[in-house]
Design a protein around this ligand. Structure first.
Ligand code: NAI
Ligand code: MG
Length: 354
């Protein structure tokens, strides 16, 4: 079980250190090796995704990433920006499946802008296709054309999905549903988009191979409504790149706590990149106050999805629930009546709970 650790920039090193301590505390034969990505790599080598990092990331079974970027590198040319390192590694490792859980622990129900009874105890997973759809379709462009009797600018993109792309993302979603509540909602717009009619047909075909999973379909506009009306009706949702982009951001904000949300991006062999959903938080970097829980929970996802260590993954998640129940809070999730702690103390508490 080889893990490549990429602390990155800003709060990245602080939060990654806590996740690494948690991984090391488990009785698993993990091999961890650290490398540079993002601004840290730019400073050291001039490029955001250096060759040494590529080598390590390719050889590893999983990558644990903090976050990259910050004002220090914002004036660099696009090719040298830290964000390029992130896009580079995602592409290099062919990570086509993005898993974004939205979990709201009952103790944090007040962090949401929605009524506590609507979101308390929420635990859903959005599976988003990451390398196809209208974001990548060719041809694309803006050009002058004659429309309505006059030359004017026309912009266009093409929405394309091939069967193999749809099958591999649906497989990830069905498998994830098997590891969770066995309910899968496939989101499309089959009433107007042929690509998504194909998506729905393939989902129905594949559903026969997963008789234990209760498969349903929903149009994307309705899904957007249902997510804020009654989000707890969902277990796993799967959808294409564009719909998934929007729905996963919507779902993450149901919880209101950016420091708590992990994510995974997987390839066809369950090799994965695991990272918190938030960025490098330069405003609080180096102060020891960042919330390490999203990164610790990302490590739990790694154990579940890449290493099939469900028990160890659940142990971490239970430990996180325990520290929340103890009333410990970093600044981002603090409310009066709870105990404010820093990054390291939060890590200590998770270790103690483990
Ligand atoms: P951000 O997510 O870094 O920060 C947004 C707000 O949330 C800030 O007030 C920050 O202090 C707070 N926050 C974020 N994570 C937190 C944590 N773990 N604990 C406590 N508070 C936390 O987003 P922002 O400010 O838009 O971006 C900052 C930098 O991060 C930029 O350079 C951006 O490009 C980069 N970024 C990197 C990502 C990645 O590496 N995957 C994703 C998003 C942004
Ligand atoms: Mg987005």
């Amino acid at each position: 079980m080889k893990i490549c650790v990429l602390p990155g920039d800003g709060i990245g090193p602080e939060i990654t250190a806590e996740a690494v301590r948690v991984l090391k505390a488990l009785d698993l034969k993990l091999e961890l090796e650290e490398a540079q990505l993002g601004g840290a790599a730019v400073d050291a080598t001039g490029v955001p995704y250096p060759e040494a990092t590529q080598k390590l990331a390719r050889a590893a079974d999983a990558v644990l990433l903090g976050a990259v970027g910050g004002p220090k590198w914002d004036t660099l040319p696009r090719e040298q920006r830290p964000e390029r390192g992130l896009l580079g590694i995602r592409k290099d490792l062919s990570l086509f499946a993005n898993l974004r859980p939205a979990i709201l622990y009952p103790e944090l129900a007040n962090a949401s802008t929605l009524k506590a009874e609507v979101v308390s105890g929420l635990d859903i997973l959005i599976v988003r296709e990451l390398t196809g759809d209208i974001y990548f379709g060719q041809p694309r462009g803006i050009e002058m054309r004659e429309v309505e009797g006059r030359q004017q600018r026309v912009g266009w993109n093409t929405m394309i999905y091939a069967e193999y792309e749809i099958r591999r993302i649906l497989k990830v979603a069905f498998e994830a549903a098997m590891k969770r509540g066995r309910k899968l909602c496939s989101v499309d717009k089959m009433n107007v988009l042929e690509t998504t009619q194909l998506w729905r047909d393939i989902a129905d075909e594949m559903g026969k191979d997963y008789p234990e999973v209760e498969l349903s379909h929903m149009l994307v506009d309705n899904a957007a409504m249902q997510l804020v009306r009654a989000p707890k009706q969902f277990d796993v949702m799967v959808t294409g790149n564009m719909f998934g982009d929007i729905l996963s951001d919507e779902a993450s904000m149901l919880t209101g706590s950016i420091g708590m949300l992990p994510s995974a991006s997987l390839d066809a062999n369950n090799k994965g990149l695991y990272e918190p959903s938030h960025g490098s938080a330069p405003d609080i970097a180096g102060k020891g106050v960042a919330n390490p829980l999203a990164t610790i929970l990302s490590a739990a996802m790694m154990l579940r999805y890449t290493f099939d260590q469900e028990e160890a993954a659940a142990r971490i998640e239970t430990a996180v629930k325990k520290v929340l129940a103890q009333g410990l809070r970093t600044g981002d999730i603090y409310e009066p009546g709870t105990t404010k702690v820093g990054t390291r103390e939060m890590g200590d508490a998770v270790l103690a709970a483990l």
